[in-house]
Write a protein of this length. Structure first.
Length: 323
């Protein structure tokens, strides 16, 4: 965790996705472990975590630690980038995750808009309303629509429709004592069915297919340049180990800092060390690589033009011979 924090204040060239992901992972691990240990130490002896509330400090710390442990193992993914067989596929997975995260804001707007609409439309049937407490209602929610009686049930129902559709029985309203019809088609009741259908068309059909299309576009663009992207990511990852600090693994970084402190205290004050601007160096390397790629592209274009000229010249010679 300390090393991740130090990395934030170092050269910005290496501050990319995995740096922040590692920082978040170690924050969850350390925070969860500290919270779990401290709270469990002050709890009565013989305490069983399963008997405690889910909001207790012990279970909250355990949940944070569990998420951190899973994210820590997910960091193994960055080592698969070094392999030629798995590197491009790992990059495609990461790009797909980024595409999904970019669409979260659209999902939130659609979700909140329909939640407000359903909350208002089905408010007379919510638990605690005047109609339900008097127990004299003429119309009631169908058996499968009981989740719409509470706010928690409504949120859960709308959320899981993102990945799975459901039938109209989830929002049906029926008349008490009517054994002929399973649901009512009166105006306000029918509007609930229409709103439920529109919500599933938008959130499950349109948005899901749009997300798949965006992922396919990113995948095809990345796969066309898979070798270059894989080499770039591999070089970017390996460049992290160019620093002298990387000689020691994370648990032993204090040796480097101790040696650096001793060196700084023993060196002469008038000695001017030669410092290399690493950020400027990597940007210069990037410019050289881009210039080389442009030169190769121009060369290949010139070759194509020359080949075309030769083909035209050969065709003209054949025509002249026929004459």
């Amino acid at each position: 965790l300390v090393d991740d924090i130090v990395q934030l204040f170092r050269t910005k060239v290496f501050n990319f996705f995995w740096n922040y992901f590692s920082l978040l992972t170690h924050l969850l691990l350390v925070g969860g472990a500290v919270l779990l240990c401290v709270s469990y130490h002050f709890s009565p002896s013989g305490t069983i975590l399963a008997d405690l509330s889910g909001n207790s400090a012990e279970n909250v710390g355990l949940a944070l630690f569990s998420f951190g442990a899973g994210m820590e193992f997910f960091c193994v993914m960055q080592w698969l980038i070094l392999l030629e067989t798995t590197g491009p596929m790992v990059l495609c997975v990461l790009h797909a995750i980024k595409d999904a995260l970019r669409m979260v804001s659209i999902y939130i707007v659609i979700f909140v808009a329909h939640f407000i609409a359903f909350r208002s439309l089905y408010k007379p049937f919510h638990l605690g309303s005047t109609n339900t407490t008097q127990n004299t209602t003429t119309y009631v929610l169908a058996k499968d629509a009981n989740s719409f009686k509470t706010q928690r049930g409504l949120i859960s129902n709308l959320f899981w429709r993102i990945i799975a559709s459901a039938g109209p029985e989830m929002v049906n309203i029926k008349k008490t004592g009517d054994t002929t019809h399973n649901f009512s088609l009166e105006f306000s009741h029918l509007m609930g069915l229409i709103l439920w259908g529109l919500y599933q068309i938008i959130i499950y059909v349109l948005m899901l297919n749009l997300l798949i299309a965006v992922m396919n576009t990113s995948y095809s663009e990345l796969w066309q340049n898979r070798k270059r992207e894989s080499k770039y990511s591999k070089s970017f990852f390996q460049a992290k180990f160019l620093e002298p600090l990387e000689i020691f693994p994370v648990p032993f970084r204090w040796i480097y800092y101790l040696a650096r402190a001793v060196y700084n205290s023993k060196k002469e004050k008038n000695q001017d060390p030669i410092k290399q601007d690493k950020k400027k160096y990597f940007f210069l390397v990037r410019e050289l690589i881009l210039n080389k790629q442009d030169a190769e592209f121009e060369k290949s274009s010139d070759d194509k033009i020359n080949d075309l000229k030769k083909d035209i010249f050969n065709e003209l010679r054949k025509i002249n011979k026929l004459k």
